[in-house]
Design a protein around this ligand. Structure first.
Ligand code: MRU
Length: 339
């Protein structure tokens, strides 16, 4: 695979540009749009995905909803865009954080002549802020390394999932740059294969040695003493530290606990939901059954089969050794009320 720079999303010459993640790793296709509806669709289809990247995309989408709109339609269009974006993916709290930030800016500036520019500036700030948060997460994450380590990770938490260099992935990347990473095992992450398709793509681009394994192999790797620690990202963290992340994360936490292997979560503080006290209160997204019953657009099971397909699970806080944010590394028991 050719080495080149890549980015998940950006705002270039008045257009939102994103890398279509459904086509990775074989094809790097960038899509340009000025339509908030198209961005909402991209979030729903996981062309753009990962909690921080979803939030940043929604912020740009809300700014674009105000481009070339007559004055009398501004508010109506903005509310329509808010409603459309809020319906895309319910679990990633970064989406609602970004929507709330943009609503506040809209309310304060809706009579301004250049509301589009004002909203665009806020979206760019949210994006820039995430880049900095990722950098600090990588730096703080160095504290969890006791020696050169072999790490197991799940789903994708890198540049593709954020505005910057990633969360859990950036702990791995920063550790690798400091000579602290021996090897990475990437869970393939069924059913949409974010590990096989996206994390591998990013590990390869960064020259980090890795293997991909089926999700069901993770416990065996632990049993064979092949894993020093596990690190994953988060879509929403409750005040008590219970963490929603890609389905399969809870299995990993249980296995890690059984084998006495440290289990870490890395996320920006914008993923901590101040309105959610505990994991039971987190709304979990369920995905379309085709994502399980088809492969490469080929049907592999009869239409009558029903499926159980939550996109996320909740790992109870007591199974999490540490939560790394841009501010600090926290350990159990967690209480994020004042963070
Ligand atoms: O369904 P996805 O691919 O958006 O799920 C992504 C994850 O679960 C990530 O671990 C999480 O969003 C953190 S991304 C830094």
């Amino acid at each position: 695979m050719k080495k080149s720079n890549y980015f998940s999303l950006d705002f270039i010459n008045g257009k939102f540009v994103f890398l279509d993640q459904t086509k990775l790793p074989l094809n790097e296709v960038y899509v340009e749009t000025t339509s908030y509806q198209r961005i909402a669709e991209a979030i729903e289809r996981l062309e753009v995905r990962g909690a921080p990247a979803i939030g940043i995309s929604a912020a740009y989408a809300l700014a674009l909803s105000q481009k070339e709109i007559t004055k009398e339609n501004l508010e109506k269009e903005f509310n329509k865009a808010v409603e459309r974006l809020a319906r895309t993916r319910p679990t990633a709290v970064n989406l609602f954080y970004a929507i709330d930030e943009m609503k506040e800016v809209f309310e304060l500036n809706k009579d301004s002549e250049n509301i589009y520019e004002v909203l665009l500036n806020r979206a760019k700030e949210i994006h820039k802020d995430d880049i900095e948060k990722c950098r600090k997460i990588g730096e703080n994450g160095l504290r969890i390394f006791k020696h050169k380590s072999t790490i197991l990770t799940h789903c994708n938490t890198g540049k593709l999932a954020t505005g910057g260099d990633g969360t859990a992935f950036n702990v791995i990347k920063t550790g690798f740059e400091k000579g602290l990473v021996e090897f990475v095992y990437a869970d393939e992450t069924r059913p949409l294969l974010q590990g096989l398709r996206l994390t591998s793509f990013e590990l390869e681009k960064n020259g980090i040695p890795f293997k991909v394994q089926s999700d069901s192999s993770a416990a065996t790797l632990m049993q064979q003493n092949k894993v020093d620690f596990v690190i994953v990202g988060a879509d929403r963290i409750a005040l008590n530290g219970d963490t929603a992340n890609k389905i399969g994360t809870y299995n990993l936490a249980v296995s890690a606990n059984f084998h006495n292997i440290p289990f870490y979560v890395a996320a920006p503080s914008t993923t901590i939901d101040k309105k959610t006290v505990k994991g039971d209160d987190i709304k979990i997204e369920f995905r379309n059954k085709n994502e399980l019953t088809t492969m490469n657009d080929q049907k592999i099971a009869p239409d009558e089969y029903d499926v159980y397909s939550p996109a996320f699970d909740v790992t109870p806080a007591h199974l999490i050794t540490g939560i790394i944010t841009e501010k600090d590394v926290y350990s159990f028991p967690y209480n994020f009320i004042n963070e």
